[in-house]
Design a protein around this ligand. Sequence first.
Ligand code: UDX
Length: 474
Amino acid sequence: MTIPYPSTTPAAVTPPSGAARPRLTFLGTGYLGATYAICFAELGYEVLGFDVDEAKIAMLSEGQVPFHEPGLDELLRKNLASGKLRFSTSYEEVAAFGDVHFICVGTPQRADGMAADLSYVESAVTNLAPHLTRKSLIVGKSTVPVGTAEWIEQLVRRHAPADAGVEVAWSPEFLQEGYAVEDVLRPNRIILGVKSEWANAMLYAAHKGVFDLAVTEDREVPVVVTDFATAELVKVAANAFLATKISFINAMAEVCEASGADVTLLARAIGYDSRIGNKFLRAGVGFGGGCLPKDIRAFQARAQELGVGEALRFLHEVDLINQRRRQRVVQLAAELLERPYGPAGPDLSGVRVAVLGAAFKPNSDDVRDSPALSVIRKLARSGALVTVYDPEGMENAKREVSDVSYAKALTEAVTGAELVCVLTEWEEFRSADPQTLGELVAGRRIIDGRNCLDPALWTAAGWEYRGMGRPVLS
Ligand code: UDX
């Protein structure tokens, strides 16, 4: 049944398990699923987290979060202790326990193209469905191409017992790494993509903890109830917009570089117009991470399949601008070190470069598609002797790039360096003292890939400073 105008505050429903509040399961305990499972237990729900990765489940069950996210460890331990939160590798247990099953598995970029790889989604649904012997709701949260929810419905029809009445819904998430706990407990909106009044009521009940918390804090959480396709599109459209905003200001940085203007002042000035806003206008080495880069590619691939590829052709340009910023750092390095920059890039052989930052953004240990790692690889390929330091991302970086050195501390990384590149704006780097570091380096040259340092301060301490899209101070 399709409900044309679902209600935003549906009547209460009794969960099929008979529990007072729906029991929730989260399939896939990566960044998304683990954070949601822990936070929803914190909101008072009985929660079961599932993953096929036994090592990950063992870690979580012992109270260890497998990634760096401020505040999450504490909540994990608290909710394991209270008994509200458990983890399992058994589909049977998930099916027997849950009223609402959230699909949170990864949807990485396919190895053979730009599209999203839906094999983990398919596997989660087809393995769970046969065990669903009573009514329940499967809710997609992973970022997927539009049309996936309909396909999941077909999978459920094929694999779940016919008389169980299992339904499907879609509710995208918008958590930002580094702010994940806050984003889940206090979301800025909730999207419910549903087809029936029951699914709407069940999904509403599964979020009641979020609404109740908002009431106690005198806040409102806007709810948008939609069809499947719109719910799926909300997520990719939002990420496409954010990526476009970043590439817009990075394109302006290119123009600033050619004209002697300062992109940081430009961003501040245009940001005062509330129609533009001042967020996501930080020019630098561009966007990375597990979401924006792959999402804009998958979105283009899906639009192509739908016959509207032209509508998203600009996202290709957004991607290209983003890639060019990474190369720009290498170009600046050649300039500062007075090395020739040929069509094959510069020759930086033997130059000692300290890179500060490996994570795709601060307060995260995530190095997926990190601009910093990409620049590190480019510098190493140009012959530079690179030493990397990142407060949290070292272990993950080491797994990705092995032909560079890793330092245990900021001071160790910069000692003897002829060039320092700041590629992730950790507080430790922003507040570093140019005078102290100046005494450790072999040459006072710095590239501020995130425009996070004060050029006047560094220049006054005798450093040759280069920002992204900023004029050269002398
Ligand atoms: C993003 C979306 O923000 C989030 O809503 C969605 O659910 C998942 O994808 P996340 O990947 O955690 O979240 O990082 P985000 O804070 O958006 O930053 C993405 C990248 O853009 C980072 O590499 C960051 O350094 C870069 N960035 C961000 C800029 O270069 N300039 C900016 O102004 C903002």
